[in-house]
Design a protein around this ligand. Structure first.
Ligand code: PLP
Length: 420
C-alpha cells in the first residue's frame, strides 16, 4: 500500500493525515470518502504528461459527479465529458467553460441537443446507430438557433481493449460508435449539413484498460482517419481519444500518465490537432474509499462471512463486472488472519464485495475500507431494497467534511408515498 492514496500510519488507515477511524468516530458508516489533494495531483500529472501537445482533458463526469471533486478540476482548467442534460447543466454550474465541454452518449434527446447548442459546447460526439437521423436533427436544431454545431463521429474501430466484456466499447459487437464505412460516407457528405461543422474524430474503446497497446492502436487508427478525411476536404481539428486508462485494483502495476502519453503522442503529435481525452476512472478511482462496518460474522458450511452495513445498491461494481476491490481494515489488528467473504445486506446472492480474502480476525463493529471506489461507486448507487444511499465526504488537507448527507429511511418512505 506504499504510495497509495490510502495507507497505514501507525496501524491506522489514513489519507492526507486524516485517520479514517477518527472519521468513523463521528460519521456513521457506510460512506464514501474522497481525497481532494491527490485528485488534483493526479490531474496535474496527466496534464504534464501531455505538456508538449495541444490538449484538453475532459473529465468523464459519469465516473463521479460530486461537485466537491469536479470544482477543483474545473479550476485547474479541465474540461468535462457529459452524457446527459443534467450532467451538462451541472458542468456549467460548476464552472466548466462551455468551450471545454464535449457531449457524448448513445441516445441524445431533442432537449439535450438544444441545451448543448445553446450553451455553445466544444463538440457533439455523434454515435447513434441512426447517425443520419441524429445529424439531421442536430442540423435542424442548430439552424433554428441560428448557430453551427461542431461534431465528431464516434468511430467503432473494432479494437479489443482486453478488459471485461461489459466495459469493452470499441469492439464490433458493441452498440457504440459508427462503423468505418458508415462514417466514411457521412463525413464525405459533410457539406450537406449547413449548420454542422465536422471538426473531429472520436473513439473510446473501453474502460479499465491496463496496457497501453490497445489505446495506442486506437490513436494510430484515429490519426489515419484525420489524414484521410483532410484529404477529402473535411477540416478536422480535434482528435478525441476517449478515456479508458485502467488503475491498479489489485495493487499491481498499471501504466502511468507518462507511459500513456508516450504511447499516444507519436501518432498524434505531428497532426496539428488538439488532442481531447476523457479520463474518468484513472483520475477518480484511486482517490476514493467506501467505508463500511461489520454487522456480524457468520460461518456457513465452513465458509466465513463478514456481513457489512452496505450492499450492492451502494457499490455495484463487484456484482456487475466481477470487479475486484482491495478490502482493508481501518485499524490493522494484531490477530490471526482468516479467509473471509465480505458480503452486503441486499437480498441477492451477487451481493458480495470480496471473496476469500485474508483479513485479520474480524468482529462486529470493525470497520473496513473498500479501496479504489472513487469512480463508478456512488455514481452507480441506487435505492434497491429501499436502502438509503450513503453519505459522501471529502478530505481536504488535514480536515474532512460531509459533502452529501446520507439519505434517510424517512426520506425514502416519503418519496414512495409521493409526499413532497
Ligand atoms: C465515451 C466515454 N468517454 C469516457 C469514459 C470514461 O472512461 P474511463 O472511466 O474508463 O476513463 C467513458 C466510460 O465508459 C465513456 O463511455
Amino acid at each position: 500500500m506504499r504510495g497509495d492514496v490510502f495507507h497505514y500510519e501507525g496501524g491506522h488507515l489514513a489519507t492526507e493525515g486524516v485517520r479514517l477511524s477518527d472519521v468513523t468516530d463521528t460519521v456513521p458508516t457506510p460512506f464514501y470518502l474522497y481525497a481532494v489533494g491527490p485528485l488534483v495531483e493526479r490531474y496535474r500529472a496527466l496534464d504534464r504528461a501531455f505538456a508538449n501537445s495541444r490538449h484538453l482533458h475532459c473529465v468523464a463526469m459519469k465516473a463521479n459527479s460530486q461537485p466537491a471533486l469536479l470544482r477543483p478540476l474545473a479550476m485547474e482548467g479541465a474540461g468535462a465529458e457529459v452524457v446527459s442534460g443534467a450532467e451538462l447543466a451541472l458542468a456549467l454550474e460548476l464552472g466548466f467553460s462551455p468551450s471545454r465541454i464535449v457531449f457524448s452518449g448513445v441516445g441524445k434527446t431533442e432537449r439535450e441537443l438544444v441545451a448543448g447548442i445553446r450553451a455553445g459546447i466544444r463538440l457533439f460526439l455523434v454515435e447513434s446507430e441512426a447517425e443520419l437521423h441524429v445529424l439531421d436533427r442536430l442540423n435542424a436544431r442548430a439552424a433554428a438557433e441560428g448557430r453551427r454545431a461542431p461534431v465528431a463521429l464516434r468511430l467503432n474501430p473494432d479494437i479489443d481493449p482486453k478488459t471485461h466484456r461489459h466495459i469493452a466499447t470499441g469492439v464490433s459487437a458493441a452498440k457504440f460508435g459508427v462503423d468505418p464505412d458508415t462514417a466514411r460516407n457521412l463525413y464525405r457528405r459533410h457539406r450537406e449539413f449547413s449548420h454542422l461543422e465536422f471538426v473531429g474524430v472520436h473513439s473510446h474503446i473501453g474502460s479499465q484498460i491496463t496496457s497501453v497497446g490497445p489505446l495506442s492502436e486506437n490513436a494510430r487508427v484515429l490519426a489515419s482517419w484525420v489524414r484521410e478525411l483532410r484529404s477529402v476536404g473535411v477540416p478536422i481539428r480535434y482528435v478525441d481519444i476517449g478515456g479508458g486508462l485502467g488503475i491498479p485494483y489489485y495493487g499491481d502495476d498499471t501504466p502511468g500518465f507518462t507511459a500513456y502519453a508516450e504511447a499516444m503522442l507519436p501518432h498524434l503529435g505531428d497532426l496539428d490537432v488538439e488532442i481531447l481525452t476523457e479520463p474518468g476512472r484513472v483520475l477518480l478511482g484511486p482517490i476514493g474509499a467506501f467505508v463500511v462496518t461489520v454487522l456480524y460474522m457468520k460461518t456457513v458450511h465452513g465458509r466465513n462471512f463478514a456481513v457489512v452495513d452496505a450492499g450492492l445498491n451502494d457499490l455495484i461494481r463487484p456484482a456487475l463486472y466481477d470487479a475486484f476491490h482491495r478490502v482493508v481494515p481501518l485499524i490493522d489488528k494484531d490477530t490471526p488472519i482468516s479467509n473471509v467473504d465480505v458480503v452486503g445486506a441486499v437480498c441477492e446472492s451477487s451481493d458480495v464485495f470480496a471473496r476469500d480474502r485474508e483479513l485479520p480476525g474480524l468482529e462486529r463493529g470493525d470497520c473496513l475500507a473498500i479501496l479504489d471506489t472513487g469512480a463508478y461507486g456512488f455514481a452507480m448507487s441506487s435505492n434497491y431494497n429501499l436502502r438509503p444511499r450513503p453519505a459522501e465526504l471529502v478530505v481536504d488537507g488535514a480536515a474532512y467534511r460531509i459533502v452529501r448527507e446520507a439519505e434517510t429511511e424517512a426520506q425514502l418512505v416519503a418519496r414512495e408515498l409521493g409526499h413532497r
